[in-house]
Design a protein around this ligand. Sequence first.
Ligand SMILES: C[S@@+](CC[C@H](N)C(=O)[O-])C[C@H]1O[C@@H](n2cnc3c(N)ncnc32)[C@H](O)[C@@H]1O
Length: 390
Amino acid sequence: MPSLSPARRVAFDILTLVEDGAHSTDLLHERTAALDGRDAGLATELVLGVLRRQPQLDYLAGHFSRRDPAHFDLEVLLALRLGIYQMRYLERIPPHAAISESVEMVRRARNRSATGFVNAILRKVTREDVRWPGRAVELCMPQWILRSWEEAYGEDAATAIAQAALEAPETYLRVPAGASAPEGADATAVPGCWRWPKGPAPEGFRVQDIGSQSIVPLLGLEPGQRFLDLCAAPGGKSLQAAETPIRGVASDRTLARARDVAAQGVPTVVLDGTRPLPFPVGLFDRILVDAPCSGTGTLARNPEIRWRIQPEDLDNLHERQVKLLRNALKCAAPGGRVVYSTCSLERRENEETVAEALQGVTGWRLERSHYRLPGSEPGDGFFAAVITST
Ligand SMILES: C[S@@+](CC[C@H](N)C(=O)[O-])C[C@H]1O[C@@H](n2cnc3c(N)ncnc32)[C@H](O)[C@@H]1O
């Protein structure tokens, strides 16, 4: 009996778990660790590619089977998505390998009766062009998200954002002032941020997206200042801020993922930032509120978010964000600065959050805000608002 290759076994298992609510990036990190580099690369490409292209793959599964894929068993649907993705979107996979491995996935999932069905459908798959049934399938983005971006940024920018979410994200390294960038890295417009064009990141350098690295400079940190990073985990921005000799505190609801921050000697506090904060009023010169958000600026990296997030989730996030920002403002020193940021592209989580948090608050004003939009600027999408004392 043919056996399933390690990359496809891991990809199939991860896609099954993602259907149950798990995060693809976390699982890829865990489950590709034991694979060799080539298998890890293929598993990553398969998982993220299938999640990004899901509506096109399901449309093609329906097109080649002449059935509604909504009625397929999950293991059949996933085996078809994986098979069609390899046969139509990848260049180097022989079709017979893609077909036999998808058949094997269904057999391994103990659905023997469906093996012939999967085999027959995949044998019909060609690379001929198809007409997608609409923009949501063509751009692989839920209609409501596209509409929200079209209203906020216009149709061309919305298309560019969605197209950027179909590509694998580039790798960026953090290179603190005084350290040398590795050979082959390209300088970027963000100080200390270097693009790494060569595959796996070199040892000794922290990977941090360019959009993420663009936030800390907005704080204008100066040596000796008291700094609070209210939502610090996993800690990329806290570590970047600590490159300046400040008196920093990193807090979060959970710091389990922020071990590097504590290891760098930055004091850490576990707290719920929506509740009154355990710091004196006006203590901090600079505060960063890098709030929990929908993450719609990171869809190239976290592709399943777009299939999970619902419009009503934005209201819940907005409420939490307003509380976090209001609490932060109470701890900011007169003459200080608070930066509110998210990796969301949704106005509800950004402009509307800042406006509501500032309502009725004296002594603080919105100085400026801006978006980094994927497709227009490199890296993840981000929003940042700089709030200063009046
Ligand atoms: C966007 S992430 C922060 C990323 C981080 N600043 C970095 O650069 O690595 C948002 C963080 O908010 C934290 N968070 C969510 N709800 C919170 C709350 N009520 N109080 C404090 N932190 C919270 C989450 O645990 C998560 O780590």
